[in-house]
Write a protein that binds this ligand. Sequence first.
Ligand SMILES: [Zn+2]
Length: 192
Amino acid sequence: MEIIHYPHPTLRYQSKTICRVDRELKAMVREMFELMYDTRGIGLAANQVDLPLQLFVVNASGEPGNGEELVFINPVIDQPKGSEVSEEGCLSIPGVHADVNRPAQIHISAYDLEGNEIDMVADGLLARVIQHEYDHLQGVLFIDRISESAQKQIAGELDAFELEFNGHQASQKIPDQATILKRLVEVENRYC
Ligand SMILES: [Zn+2]
């Protein structure tokens, strides 16, 4: 398992509902937490590790053994309140940061790995991480939500990511689009 980088097509894929949790999925969630800690993140969505599933993990403390490890399966966000601007980054676009305006508070309902219902009101950093990860599941990246001037500022960095990605596809380190898509459909069929 590894974190895929912009502009990998799985980052733009609409993640699918999870109908069952098996031992393999639980192991993948564990691995997602480890990857997230290793890369100094506080949230990680399944499609960032090339899994087309409605699932993301969060630990707002960013440290193993600290804070709370949260797993959100098939999440739905509603009841947005207020708005707040804060700087964001993303493990799939490492090194790029920009201000994003988001609701300051949200309500999220989801399921955890044991099938328990999660029903939570979040604000502050937790609300921001949850919204950032939820966006991933819809194929939305934080760079889609930044101002035009901020987009101009990071354009050069995004170009560099595109060059790197094209190079990896040319050298077959990353498979072609058809192979990527075929694998995504196989995984989503396994879980629903
Ligand atoms: Zn991200």
